[in-house]
Each structure stands twice: as structure tokens, then as C-alpha cells.
Write a protein that binds this ligand. Structure first.
Ligand SMILES: [Zn+2]
Length: 148
């Protein structure tokens, strides 16, 4: 075998595709031939470098997508929570105003007053429930991310 033959085997050797005997001859030649041994070192470094590029690039893209997803989800969850809080405040404020007006109005019957109070209380409970559900899902989403 000539030096060129051994050089042609370098790729197969690094990939572990040589049979035991060919591998042994290859290693023996590298020990006795400086030119091939130097070239093999360079070749190995180059191979390592290209492997690193191959491995890091897709992973970076995965992380990018990952953070994008986390950001989107957090943004939406925060939006929902702010929306719920604002709704509760507005409802409570409107409720108090309505109660005040109705209670002060002597022409409104007692049953209607009671019904309105119950309606407002029910709506407030519903909003708190929605808010709690939102927070629950938000937390669960975050745990899912940590686990992944
Ligand atoms: Zn050689």
C-alpha cells in the first residue's frame, strides 16, 4: 500500500469502518510514517470540528424555538391574568355603584334588590374561578417546560 492508499483510509478509520486487520496495518503505518501521521492528526482535528458544527447547530435552533414558545405562553398567560384582574375590578366597582343606586332608590322592590345582589355576587365568583383556572394552567405549563 502506498501513502496515498493510507490517506484514503483515514475517513473510514475515524468512522470505525475498518476491519481489525486493516485497522492494525493503518496504525502501524502511521507510527512509521511521519507524513501520514501528521496528515492524520490534521484530518482528525478537521473531522472533530465539523462534527461539533453538525451537533451544535440544530441544538441551538431547538433552544431558540424553546425560548420562543416559553415567551409566547408566558405572554398569553400574563395577558389573561391582567384581563381577569381588570374585569374583577371593573365588575366590583360597577357592582358597588349599582348596589348604591338601587338601595337608595325607594321605588325598587326588595326582591329585585336581593336578586341583583345575588347576580353580582355570582358574577364575581365566576371571575375568581376563571382567574384561578388560568393561574393553574399557567403553573402547569411552566412545570411541563421544566420537565422537558
Ligand atoms: Zn505514509
Amino acid at each position: 500500500m502506498t501513502c496515498q492508499d493510507y490517506k484514503n483510509l483515514m475517513m473510514a478509520y475515524i468512522d470505525g469502518e475498518l476491519e481489525a486487520e486493516a485497522k492494525k496495518t493503518f496504525e502501524e503505518h502511521l507510527q512509521s510514517c511521519k507524513e501520514c501521521s501528521d496528515e492524520f492528526k490534521e484530518f482528525k482535528q478537521l473531522k472533530q470540528h465539523t462534527d461539533e458544527i453538525k451537533f451544535t447547530e440544530p441544538e441551538e435552533r431547538i433552544w431558540e424555538q424553546y425560548w420562543q414558545n416559553v415567551y409566547n405562553r408566558t405572554e398569553r398567560a400574563t395577558g389573561w391574568i391582567l384581563f381577569s384582574i381588570a374585569s374583577i375590578l371593573l365588575l366590583a366597582y360597577g357592582g358597588f355603584k349599582a348596589i348604591e343606586a338601587i338601595i337608595r332608590d325607594p321605588s325598587v322592590g326588595l326582591i329585585l334588590k336581593a336578586a341583583l345582589l345575588i347576580l353580582i355576587a355570582g358574577a364575581a365568583v365566576l371571575f375568581v374561578s376563571v382567574l384561578r383556572e388560568r393561574i393553574y394552567f399557567w403553573k402547569n405549563d411552566r412545570y411541563k417546560d421544566v420537565r422537558r
